[in-house]
Design a protein. Structure first.
Length: 145
């Protein structure tokens, strides 16, 4: 984000979507973060099932039922298709920059920044942005995403 005349301004446009994903805590943070198996979104002590809610060239908006501390580094794997027939759409490393609880479910909104997207090979990110554009286009044309 950039500050312009006292306002915080985004670098990239955000595109809404809703895709299943998994967030896995990287090795360097595992001594500090371990998820409880009591929550149904927990895959293993270091991996959560989450929903990617928006995407931009700079990062992701993630919905989670489990809080993930700010500055946590992890990998995100985003899938398309049904749970029984899913296909990997995107995989990359992110750092959690923002955590907000937005209802009593509980549901947390996590803001994540891409760590390894330096413009060299954005083919996978382009595929993800194309998927977001297709969802948006389907909604504006009256179709279902």
């Amino acid at each position: 984000m950039t500050t312009y005349q006292g306002l915080t301004v985004r670098h990239h446009d955000r595109h809404e979507l809703s895709l299943a994903a998994e967030f896995t805590v990287q090795q360097e943070h595992r001594s500090q973060i371990r998820f409880s198996a009591a929550d149904t979104s927990v895959v293993d002590p270091y991996t959560l099932r989450v929903t990617v809610r928006d995407v931009s060239r700079g990062g992701l908006g993630i919905g989670s039922t489990v809080v993930v501390p700010c500055r946590t580094i992890g990998s995100i794997r985003i899938f398309t298709g049904s749970p029984s027939n899913r296909e990997l759409l995107f995989e990359g490393n992110v750092r959690i920059r923002r955590v907000v609880m937005f209802d009593d479910s509980p549901t947390y909104s996590l803001g994540a920044q891409f760590l390894d997207k330096d413009g060299q090979d954005d083919t996978d990110l382009d595929r993800l942005l194309d998927a977001a554009a297709a969802v948006t286009q389907g909604e504006t044309q009256g179709g279902s995403p």
